[in-house]
Unconditional design. Structure first.
Length: 194
């Protein structure tokens, strides 16, 4: 693989990872509502889910698509409904530290990634667009997906940092901020279904 192709793989991965998506928006919202410390379990769930989903993408590209051809289409609609639910939840949420035990759970972040169509498409597109022309070895595909998940984790941590920095302003302007975040999630659903 040439340096040019490898460079484009990293650029594509960074752009996809840093753009708004369900995991990044949920991480931002949780950080603004509860701070890093109280949202930590949710963030770890998002990160763990990211790695597991990317392993699934590697296996999928390696050959599972012949056995489950309808799964991506079904997941798109399940993901859209869940992302809309998150958008409504964010739009209606208020700063409330006493609800953090219910809101910021590892499992919520982890399960979000399993229906986050963006990262499935991201992982599969990166592999088929940049890697499979040079190697279709499962180990190479897994390594590429671990790189993608690591870039994604760094991106989500960046969104968390922005959320922590916005925490004071959030307490004052939470309605406007929540509506903006909810609209961004709604746009994610719109672009998914196009």
């Amino acid at each position: 693989m040439s340096g040019y192709v490898l460079g484009n793989f990293f650029i594509y991965s960074a752009i996809n990872a840093f753009t708004p998506g369900p995991g990044n928006i949920l991480a931002l919202n949780t950080a603004t509502n509860y701070g890093y410390k109280k949202g930590r379990r949710l963030f770890w769930g998002i990160f763990a889910g990211y790695y597991v989903v990317q392993v699934i993408c590697a296996v999928f590209v390696f050959g599972v698509s012949t056995f489950l051809p309808d799964v991506p289409g079904i997941m798109k609609y399940i993901g859209a409904v869940y992302i809309l639910w998150l958008a409504v939840h964010i739009a209606l949420s208020k700063p409330a530290a006493n609800t953090v035990e219910k809101q910021a759970s590892f499992m919520k972040g982890f399960l979000l990634q399993f229906i986050n169509v963006k990262i499935y498409l991201f992982g599969i597109t990166a592999l088929t667009g940049y890697i499979t022309d040079y190697s279709d070895s499962l180990w190479v595909l897994l390594l590429a997906e671990m790189v993608i998940a690591t870039i994604g984790t760094i991106a989500t941590l960046s969104w968390v940092a922005v959320g922590v920095l916005m925490q004071k302003a959030y307490e004052k302007y939470y309605r406007a901020i929540n509506m903006i975040l909810a609209l961004i999630l709604a746009e994610c659903v719109y672009s998914m279904l196009q």
